[in-house]
Design a protein around this ligand. Structure first.
Ligand SMILES: [Zn+2]
Length: 215
């Protein structure tokens, strides 16, 4: 995909994120890895600009060293995007949203346990909640990297969720799936304590997921 197409796809993903109900207003952000002519970094939604007013030219470019370029500053939360791309070869797109149900659980410092087999969609038998740290800080980024170990999604305490994928629409789909799981878990908690699937069953599910769609 050309850089121009990638910029347009980031804007489209940010708009879809809000249309899909997993984010509201200007909170949240979207990025995609960019490698060209020896440059290794990512494109990310800019700071403080409503998505409806964001054009592909407004998308900021940030190197893995943290040097930003473009007409607008990158999202104030660019650090965890940078660290995900620096540390995860499988990361080609990152969607971060303040999704209502995922964030409600994260405000209780609760992750999503194996209450439903689809929890395996994030790569493990649970979806962790990263400990709280102030937005935009290296401490938050460090917490996120820890919560994402062996996973493609996590919640963020008192904050929101992150989904990592390839390409952008896969990261967005994962974010929507995590929010759906969070809503189901939240609803189940209203009635009682959900019955969790045992580890051996989640291992069976994970094996089926890794074989899914392969000949
Ligand atoms: Zn945020």
């Amino acid at each position: 995909m050309s850089e121009g197409s990638l910029r347009a796809a980031i804007v489209a993903t940010a708009l879809t994120m809000n249309d899909a109900g997993i984010n509201r207003g200007k909170s949240g952000n979207v990025s995609a890895r960019l490698r060209r002519d020896g440059f290794d970094g990512f494109l990310v939604t800019p700071s403080a600009l409503p998505y409806a007013q964001t054009t592909p030219a407004d998308i900021a470019c940030v190197s893995l060293a943290g040097d930003a370029s473009g007409p607008r500053p990158p999202s104030s939360e660019w650090r965890f995007h940078r660290d995900i791309y620096a540390q995860r070869a499988d990361a080609h797109a990152v969607v971060h949203a303040h999704a209502p149900f995922a964030t409600s659980l994260a405000c209780l410092h609760r992750g999503i346990p194996a209450f439903h087999y689809m929890v395996a969609v994030a790569g493990g038998s649970d979806i962790r909640c990263a400990p709280y740290a102030t937005f935009g800080t290296q401490a938050l980024s460090d917490n996120v990297i820890g919560a994402l170990a062996g996973r493609t999604a996590c919640l963020m305490a008192n904050h929101g969720l992150i989904a990592v994928g390839r390409p952008l629409d896969a990261a967005l789909s994962l974010a929507v799936e995590v929010e759906t799981l969070a809503e189901m878990y939240w609803r189940a908690l209203q009635v009682g304590e959900p019955v969790l699937l045992p580890d051996d069953e989640m291992h069976v599910v994970l094996a089926k997921f890794s074989a899914y769609g392969k000949p």
